[in-house]
Write a protein that binds this ligand. Structure first.
Ligand code: HEC
Length: 128
């Protein structure tokens, strides 16, 4: 019996805080999940795609491009789903909107690298 009470106390002391943290974590990830699935952080496949167009692009550049897309590019409107426009549309939209954002050359290059390589990946996925 003493052992059982001891086990219960152990459960309460150790497991409950863990359960609480796990459920809080789930809640947080449920809230950010949407942006992450709609605009996933760059991975190796995206980097390879970007480097086919510009070998100088790094993972940090793509990450920077994504951050600009989700922050600066949402100053006047919400983040447009990248698949909504064709590659050739984006090639017109991006210089235009980079100017709207008053981006310098590096910012413009990084946001374009993220969006264009992401768009090329979508095009490849849909023809698989
Ligand atoms: C200063 C405000 C402003 C900022 C910053 C801005 N946009 Fe826009 N964006 C607009 C306006 C206004 C329109 C609609 C009129 C137009 O097409 O010019 C628009 C339209 C768009 C469209 C739809 C284009 C179309 O042909 O229908 C896309 C996509 C877009 N923006 C993406 C971006 C991206 C990517 C960035 C960041 C590089 C960005 N915007 C930053 C104001 C802004």
């Amino acid at each position: 019996m003493r052992q059982m009470i001891h086990d219960c106390q152990l459960f309460a002391n150790r497991a409950l805080p863990t359960l609480f943290l796990v459920s809080a974590g789930l809640l947080v990830s449920a809230c950010t999940d949407n942006l992450i699935t709609r605009f996933p952080p760059p991975d190796v496949a995206l980097l390879q795609q970007a480097q086919q167009a510009d070998p100088a692009i790094t993972m940090a550049d793509l990450d920077h491009g994504r951050k600009l897309y989700l922050t600066n590019c949402t100053a006047c409107h919400s983040a447009e789903p990248i698949g909504r426009y064709s590659l050739s549309d984006w090639q017109v939209i991006l210089p235009d909107m980079s100017a709207e954002s008053k981006f310098n050359a590096k910012q413009g290059r990084d946001v374009s690298a993220y969006v264009l390589s992401y768009r090329r990946m979508l095009a490849q996925q849909s023809t698989r």
